[in-house]
Design a protein around this ligand. Sequence first.
Ligand SMILES: [Fe+2]
Length: 295
Amino acid sequence: MNTPRKIEHQQTDRGYVPVYATGVVEQPWASYSHSEHAVWDTLFQRQRELLRGRACREFLDGVERFGLGDGGIPKFAELNTVLAAATGWQVVAVEGLLPDEVFFDHLANRRFPVSWWIRKPEQLDYLSEPDLFHDLFGHVPLLLNPVFADYMQAYGRGGMKAFKIGPEALMNLTRLYWYTVEFGLIDTAEGMRIYGAGIVSSKGESVYSLDSPSPNRLGFDIERVMNTRYRIDTYQQTYFVIDSFQQLFDATGPDFTPLYARLRQLPAHAAGDVLDGDRVFNRGDRAGWATDADS
Ligand SMILES: [Fe+2]
């Protein structure tokens, strides 16, 4: 992720966006087409139905507080009024995936970058890179939760530090993001629930992550997570389950430098490994797992 991915979107059939791909842009709200608003509405309705009783309460509350289902693609400026009052975060529009350092700087300053463009109608079920629906519906509702909001900022600050330490540290930290912010589960009084953005924005994984006997569901441990590879091309083989957002935030309290040094001496675990010390909610039956090596 060292080069901007969306340079080609500077000039599109939706108009010219006169900035570099790493910069913040104005959300071109007036130029969204009817069909683009309809893509948002379709995806939103589908996920809202599916996520009742599956996503954690904090996420569902956030969706309602923002009024994300009021019809059409939300205006970032309106979301920012709500966000600013709740946790001081803001959403900024970007072209797409950002280089690590730029991304970390946004998070460290309580800005969440959201791709301004939305997938096409024929891409409802799968898209290889994050679009507006993933970034906004998936990530932004939880930014209204003060503890999660603080975790995201702590992650950004940790990223700035890891970037200076080196690529191995960055890889360890990226795994933490992957297994929490993107694909995290949370154990609640009502049962296991989803909070990861990669899951809540995916029709298939919203069901698979909770209901399938195939993946492992293991208790969260920061060192374990940072030392576990992951797959980007399939549903996850392992989900890590937190007890609370406070647990997540507290895990970012210590300086990670000694942890990175320790992890450099250890071999990484495969995405589907279950280890002796793991707290096992579900040991996956491995059905349908890819057999080639994971990244
Ligand atoms: Fe994401």
